[in-house]
Design a protein around this ligand. Sequence first.
Ligand code: KIV
Length: 267
Amino acid sequence: MKAVKWTPDKIRGLKGKAKVVCVTAYDFTTARYADAAGMHLILVGDSLATTVLGYANTIPVTVSQMLHHTAAVSRGAGTAMVVADMPFMSYQVSTEQALANAARFIKKAGADAVKLEGGALRADTIRSLVKNGIPVLGHIGLTPQTVLQTGGYKVQGKTDASIEALLADARAVEQAGAFALVVECVPRAVGKLISETVSIPTIGIGAGPDCDGQILVSHDLLGLSGSTVPRFVKQYADLGSRITTALDQYRREVESGTFPSDEHCYG
Ligand code: KIV
């Protein structure tokens, strides 16, 4: 029997029953591996900017770049839901512009949903997208697109006032119709509190085990991000050193003439 694609309703239905397992991907091949590993949701994160394109933060990545990579991921994904991250200034200027850009991710790049950063401030935009048939994944807590204002990536929700603000943001995103909510970089207890407050699944990244699901950046969990990964990352493989070893051996064999050998030659 052909497996059926994950939809917003099915992801919502996991709340309280099973964890939502998500990862980022930026290309066809990684999307195929992620899908085969049983991911519910693949996010084409705007972390594309730092992981793949080599920028210092996520601010410079453009809609065209995100569209290009989202289309590749959509071609590689099977049952996993593909969510495209809307880049900085593609949804903040006006609701109309947000709708037009989100539609490009759905129609041109084959995404199943979009993600945008921000809580109460973005509720009207989320409402409008959802009303027009575009599923939305929210994102609160540490929001990397505000790095120019915050001056760095800091744990959020450390004071009573900021916990209250996070809870208000979570409720606003839920009421606006988002099917799930990414919660980034908050203390474990705050991740738990937000998860208990909203009826949609929370997907934590640096928000502790009590969230309804987890997401990690694929480059971080596969060991492709160098030595500086945040505390919340667990590295499940060290592909970086395996790539270095393989490329080094290839170079040495070409230099010494042992590659290609007879078995790699046509008769
Ligand atoms: O861009 C990204 O990879 C993200 C995740 C960290 C949630 O937004």
